[in-house]
Design a protein around this ligand. Structure first.
Ligand SMILES: Nc1ncnc2c1ncn2[C@@H]1O[C@H](COP(=O)(O)OP(=O)(O)O)[C@@H](O)[C@H]1O
Ligand code: SF4
Ligand SMILES: [Mg+2]
Length: 432
């Protein structure tokens, strides 16, 4: 943390006593007797099941070529960083994207902001649901301002030689959306929104602490009034005590600006409060996606359950209960040669023969619940027989079915949720 910070130079007599990260110390709103945005109430964000999607991603893929060494540099393989994922982000809502390091989360974020061009799939954006996946840079220019990114590292994502004013104001200048003389007032307005002193626009990033720098990054992302913010681990580099403040700020901003979030994290605890819906990613695939209550209360995928077992459960501790802890051994395998069948099988405590032979499809198994596992079930209640055999036309070992059964039509694997889904107990399709 920098030893110079905005608060210490504040003229308020109590400024030095305030936590360096506390936004109310510098926000003029507080001086005017109003409550700054970040001090408002913070009930957990709620899901609006009827909200139309601002982003609809279908079968999105990103394969990075692996080149041989030497002069010819032939392509000898591909890093399957993102391999056919589908999801939706509701307008003004927030979807959490969670998984260990190397699962393809940042690549997904970079695809959505079109820092990368996808290998395949579609990304339909906005009210008109235009597909931004295949657009050229020229076609993208008017759309770019609608999707902005907040980066993980507040120390490296801001140019140390530029003042905060020019960092936050740069997108306005580039896009020419406001006259030159209106840039500074807009920058100051944004600094105020994120809880920084607007008079400090001419300071440099190194004069701010980590949490304050992340606020600058957030102000920069808001400059063009985006419809969607991709926040790639926005609090991972911050002290735990500061994380909650920055998440609260993002929540306030969401309400104030009606902006949607794709919130990327490697930890399920971080997104719990902010994201009413969470997608869990493993080695380039989404393995489970559901509303908050389902993910945290009755997840069905062994990987989600393993990630959850690392989250301290305050409620269970209070009643003296203990959560069974599942240790994940080893690292995420290489996405150049991912395991056959289910990609999680090399680390899954439940893996059976079928898991190596047949990839489990991402099946909708509830109103807002999808899971990709042959043995889906709550912790300790996983079925002993695979539930997917009838759907896939295979036997319990994953070989083509000898009974002559034709596979039944698997439920639609599109980005959203359908009114009909596969009931894992009866192994039939049921309706809402
Ligand atoms: N530009 C790139 N070229 C080649 N491989 C990449 C590139 N970016 C990411 N990868 C690889 O893709 C996989 C997913 O990376 P990433 O999306 O950064 O994961 P996460 O954000 O979940 O940690 C990793 O194996 C990583 O090494
Ligand atoms: S399909 Fe098999 S290996 Fe994959 S998560 Fe389910 S039980 Fe584990
Ligand atoms: Mg990442």
């Amino acid at each position: 943390m920098s030893d110079l910070n905005v608060e210490k130079s504040d003229e308020r007599p109590d400024a030095g006593a305030v936590d360096a990260e506390t936004p109310s110390a510098s926000a003029p709103a507080a001086r005017d007797g109003e409550r700054p945005l970040a001090a408002m109430g913070h009930a957990a964000s709620r899901l609006d099941p009827n909200a139309e999607p601002v982003l609809s991603v279908e079968n999105l893929k990103m394969y990075f070529p692996v080149k041989s060494s030497g002069v010819l540099r032939r392509t000898v393989g591909h890093v399957q960083a993102v391999d056919g994922i589908s999801f939706q982000v509701p307008k003004g809502g927030s979807l959490g994207l969670v998984g260990e390091s190397g699962c393809g989360k940042s690549t997904t974020g970079r695809l959505i902001t079109r820092l990368y061009s996808p290998t395949g799939g579609s990304m339909k954006f906005g009210h008109d649901q235009v597909d931004i996946a295949k657009m050229s840079n020229r076609q993208l220019k008017p759309l770019r301002r609608n999707v902005q990114m907040i980066f993980q590292d507040p120390y490296t994502s801001l140019n140390p030689r530029h003042t905060v004013g020019s960092i936050v104001g740069a997108p306005l200048a580039v896009h020419g959306v406001v006259p030159k003389d209106k840039i500074l007032p807009r920058v100051q307005e944004l600094l105020e929104v994120v809880g920084l002193n607007p008079e400090h626009y001419n300071r440099y990033p190194n004069e701010f602490s980590g949490g304050q720098r992340q606020r600058i990054g957030i102000a920069r992302a808001l400059t063009l009034n985006p419809k969607l913010l991709v926040a790639d681990e926005p609090v991972s580099a911050l002290d735990v005590s500061i994380q909650a403040q920055v998440i609260n700020l993002l929540q306030d901003i969401q309400h104030e600006f009606d902006v949607a979030f794709l919130f990327i994290a490697h930890d399920l605890a971080v997104v719990r409060h902010f994201c009413p819906e969470v997608a869990v990613m493993y080695l380039g695939k989404i393995v489970e996606i559901a509303d908050r209550e389902t993910i945290y209360g009755s997840s069905y995928h062994p990987y989600t359950q393993a990630l959850l077992s690392a989250v301290p459960d305050v409620k269970q501790a209070a009643i003296g209960g203990r959560r069974e802890r599942i240790m994940l051994e080893g690292d995420v395998p290489s996405p150049i040669n991912p395991p056959s069948g289910c990609r999680f099988r090399t680390r899954c405590p439940l893996a059976q023969e079928i898991c190596a032979k047949v990839e489990p499809p991402l099946l909708q198994i509830g109103a807002r619940h999808k899971v990709a596992c042959h043995f889906p079930g709550e912790l300790g209640k996983h079925p002993t027989e695979p539930v997917t055999t009838g759907l896939l036309g295979v036997d319990a070992q994953g070989s083509p079915s000898s009974t002559g059964d034709q596979p039944i039509e698997p439920p639609e694997a599109g980005p959203g949720f359908a009114d009909r889904w596969f009931d894992v107990k009866s192994k039939t399709m049921v309706s809402a």
